[in-house]
Design a protein around this ligand. Structure first.
Ligand SMILES: Nc1ncnc2c1ncn2[C@@H]1O[C@H](COP(=O)(O)OP(=O)(O)OP(=O)(O)O)[C@@H](O)[C@H]1O
Ligand SMILES: O=P(O)(O)OC[C@H]1O[C@H](OP(=O)(O)OP(=O)(O)O)[C@H](O)[C@@H]1O
Ligand SMILES: O=C(O)c1cccnc1
Ligand SMILES: [Mg+2]
Length: 484
């Protein structure tokens, strides 16, 4: 698979910080960063984590080629020794991540990464780029899947995507979160996603009559034809012609696979179409709809009793139309000094933007009786959870809101992916990721999964982390006061 990503796919300030660290003699300093998001997109109750596969391939192949070094040399007055350092650059860090398809919540590290500051700065931009976009599309796709039930979902977005990479990786994210197929054949080839499609209006316009056009298409694909019926008049022309061709196919021992509606009142037209098809005996012919669909129109059309079996979703999915960025961040959480990890904090006037210091683990607390998730718990990495003892969970923004959990299982969410530059994770197949994602959904009560005003899923900080955060905050405020 063509997955090479240039080392220059980064922000310039990463490179200038790398150079300044080199000049300062600090470029080998060991640091730890968390990648996370602060706010849920689309008013959804969770995010579907995606993008790890691309992150892994990127880190594995991360190199500065001669042309990259030449460019940097031309652009900047870098010392040759720095360019030599980049020439021999390899990713040597240790990385933990949630598996793709995991349901994730604000403030939870999706990725925790340790390494030298040089490599950790370089990769920030690409990691946020890959994970932010893919997780956003996977989340949007999960919302569409939620309302579509068991109907077929087709990803149709390529022509409207923000260029090629977004189309390809967005399609993968949509498939991971429950879409059944894509119209993009390159994504089909690269990722083994089933590719499917119908035909365009141009096919009909290309012929002297709609009937002739339908007949010709059906002749080419006698068992796999879905006819687009809205070029001229859906009920007066498109459907009668499709039925005529459907019956001709039937006489030849074939089945007209479907019709597609792409405009007009999709509820009314689909009901009429179903009646007309059934009356003609074409009960196996499915109805596909497309036309600016999203989770809200699909939900609404289903509430109107639309007789639609398959939904083609393009623009609104692939562009994450109602929220085009996840707003993920990558923040330093610890410095390795004197053989010890020392937590660091970033202060903000907005309490939600104050970072949680230290290297962290995330656990999903599952109630053993119901098999459902009670909440997530973020701890310091060195903390152990004793499943034999009751666990106190509390909301870090409202610490008085607490609950005690007994008879639980604590599932660690962050898996080792790289150890000191060596990959230690077998990337699952896309099919396995899809199945894992469905199992993740099954861990949650429906209250957290609904698309409108879902319940807020509780994410706790351990007492140790909470204390560390308060201690660092107090220390910084004391320091600022002393300076005044
Ligand atoms: N019964 C319905 N209830 C709610 N929304 C619907 C219904 N039928 C269609 N829609 C949605 O309404 C919008 C209609 O789009 P628009 O008014 O642009 O016209 P169109 O029917 O697609 O026709 P054209 O493609 O010829 O412009 C689409 O987003 C479609 O998904
Ligand atoms: O509506 P979307 O969710 O983006 O799905 C993809 C759209 O792309 C195709 O036609 P296109 O939009 O190119 O032509 P049209 O606008 O005339 O329908 C298809 O017929 C859908 O309408
Ligand atoms: O196959 C289709 O019907 C299709 C493909 C891309 C975009 N719109 C429709
Ligand atoms: Mg359209």
């Amino acid at each position: 698979m063509d997955s090479f990503v240039s080392a220059l796919h980064t922000d310039k300030y990463q490179i200038t910080m790398m150079y300044a660290h080199y000049k300062n003699g600090t470029h080998q300093n060991r640091r730890a960063f968390d990648l996370y998001f602060r706010k849920l997109p689309f008013g959804n109750g969770y995010v579907v984590f995606a993008g790890l596969e691309r992150v892994v391939r990127y880190l594995e192949n991360l190199r500065f080629r001669e042309e990259d070094l030449l460019y940097l040399q031309q652009e900047n007055a870098f010392e040759p020794e720095f360019l030599d350092l980049l020439r021999s650059f390899r990713f040597t860090g240790t990385l933990y991540a949630m598996p793709e398809g995991t349901l994730a919540f604000p403030g939870e590290p999706l990725i925790r990464i340790e390494g030298n500051i040089l490599e950790l700065q370089l990769i920030e931009t690409a990691l946020l780029n890959f994970v932010g976009y893919q997780s956003l599309i996977a989340t949007k796709a999960a919302r569409v899947r939620h309302v579509a039930g068991n109907d077929t979902l087709l990803e149709f977005g390529t022509r409207r995507a923000q260029e090629m990479d977004a189309a390809i990786w967005g399609t993968r994210a949509a498939y991971l979160a429950g879409f059944d197929a894509t119209s993009n054949t390159l994504a089909g080839q690269r990722f083994g996603i089933p590719s499917r499609g119908t035909h365009a209006h141009a096919w009909v316009q290309d012929f002297a009559s709609e009937l002739e056009a339908f007949r010709a298409y059906a002749a080419a694909f006698p068992d796999a034809t879905t006819l687009l019926v809205d070029t001229y008049d859906t009920l007066k022309s498109g459907l009668p012609h499709a039925i005529k061709v459907g019956l001709e196919l039937k006489r030849q021992g074939h089945t007209l696979a479907g019709i597609r509606l792409d405009s007009g009142d999709l509820a009314y037209l689909s009901k009429q179409a179903r009646m007309m098809l059934d009356k003609a005996g074409l009960t196996d012919t499915k109805i596909t709809a497309s036309s600016d669909l999203d989770e809200f129109t699909i939900l609404n059309l289903k509430a109107q009793g639309a007789k639609i079996d398959a939904w083609g979703v393009g623009t609104k999915l692939i562009t994450a139309f109602d929220q085009p960025a996840l707003g993920a961040v990558y923040k330093m959480v610890a410095r390795f000094e004197d053989e010890e990890w020392v937590p660091t904090i970033k202060i903000s006037s907005n309490p939600a933007k104050i970072t949680t210091p230290g290297r962290k683990s995330v656990y999903r607390i599952i109630d053993r009786k119901s098999g459902k998730a009670r909440g997530d718990l973020i701890t310091a990495v060195e903390e152990k959870i004793d499943e034999g003892k009751p666990l106190q969970l509390f909301d870090p923004e409202h610490p008085y809101r607490r609950k005690k959990v007994k008879n639980f299982q604590a599932i660690p969410l962050l898996q080792p992916i790289f150890q000191e530059g060596r990959i230690v994770y077998a990337l699952p197949s896309l099919r396995e990721i899809r199945e894992y994602h469905q199992k993740q959904l099954a861990l949650f009560w429906e209250e957290y999964l609904r698309i409108l005003n879902p319940e807020v899923y509780p994410v706790s900080l351990s007492h140790q982390l909470w204390d560390t955060k308060q201690r660092l905050l107090a220390r910084i405020y004391d320091y600022i006061k002393a300076e005044e």
